[in-house]
Design a protein around this ligand. Structure first.
Ligand code: DO4
Ligand code: MG
Length: 301
């Protein structure tokens, strides 16, 4: 296992790329991004892990733990895309919000769950996406909001999976439930997406369909929701999701593709100002974000 992180140092102020090794040691890397490292390792005909081991072999680890670092997004993803209804759990939740629980017909969600073409939507851009421990915003015009804990694929410009990260696809169930054409508003607003805390190198992952995902939500330090799932429950293959994202499209290097949620809090649950969301994935770490309400923007003419 090898993980890539980015963090900010204050004196002097700079952003550092680093690797976390299997034995939890952290080494700074003399590059700006995972993409640069991948490019350099290709030029040297080495695996990324071999290249990183070469770089750090004569250096000393930092004398700080991950918890002491001011972690940033592990990659400045130009775009974050997301897949929907890739797990049975999401299909059931979408059906519930679209029919207020009175499901008696086949819905678009049932159709897309079984269709060859997956649901893929634009989720976020670099300036809307935040990293670990930074504040996520709630939408001011929604009363039913949840986190969506998802495994994220970090892609190069050819759609190769370089690594795995955690993503939170914050969602407004009432807005999407009112009309699925409102999807972009139910999904995209300032700080509605977080990624991190690290990128687990794909080369070091034996079976990406065995990631355990756990989500915990705390309110006033009290655990108010805990759910878990496993990527073995995914209806699709990661490569198929990427294939559809890539088709007739430009993929900007460092794009993140979220692969859908498999954990949904109970139907009477909504996030509140001050909640703290923790999403943990085996091998990647814990993505922790506090949640804050936004004051509705005044519209002036
Ligand atoms: O159509 C809704 C999107 C569902 C989604 O984001 C998910 O399943 O994760
Ligand atoms: Mg989602």
């Amino acid at each position: 296992m090898m993980r890539i992180i980015r963090f900010e140092e204050n004196h002097p102020q700079k952003i550092i790329l680093a690797v976390v090794t299997n034995d939890h040691k952290i080494y700074s890397l003399p590059y700006n991004s995972l993409l640069e490292i991948v490019e350099q390792s290709k030029l040297k005909n080495l695996k990324v892990v071999e290249f990183i081991n070469e770089i750090i072999k004569d250096s000393l680890p930092l004398n700080k733990s991950l918890e002491e670092l001011n972690l940033l997004v592990p990659i400045e993803a130009p775009e974050v895309w997301a897949c929907g209804v890739t797990y049975q759990k999401s299909r059931e939740a979408r059906n519930y919000e679209a029919t207020k629980g009175k499901l008696d017909t086949t819905t678009f969600y049932d159709k897309v769950y079984d269709a060859e073409r997956p649901e893929i939507f634009m989720k976020s851009t670099k300036d809307r996406t935040i990293g670990p421990n930074k504040v996520l915003f709630l939408r001011s015009d929604s009363n039913w909001q949840i986190p969506e804990p998802e495994l994220g694929l970090v892609l190069n410009g050819d759609g190769e999976i370089l690594g795995y990260t955690i993503g939170n696809d914050m969602s407004c169930r009432d807005i999407e439930g009112e009309n699925p054409l409102y999807l972009p508003q139910a999904k995209i607003w300032s700080r509605s997406c977080s990624i991190g805390p690290s990128i687990l190198l794909a080369e070091t992952v034996e079976d990406p369909y065995q990631f355990e995902i756990i989500c915990r939500i705390y309110r006033n330090e009290e655990l108010v929701f805990k759910g878990s799932a496993n990527t073995s429950q995914l209806k699709r293959r990661f490569e198929d999701l990427v294939k559809f994202l890539k088709r007739d499209n430009i993929l900007f290097p460092g794009t993140v593709l979220l692969t859908g949620t498999c954990i949904v809090p109970p139907n009477d649950f909504t996030l509140a100002n001050g909640d703290r969301i923790e999403i943990e994935v085996s091998g990647i770490g814990k993505l922790i974000n506090p949640v804050k309400s936004q004051v509705a923007q005044q519209v002036t003419s």
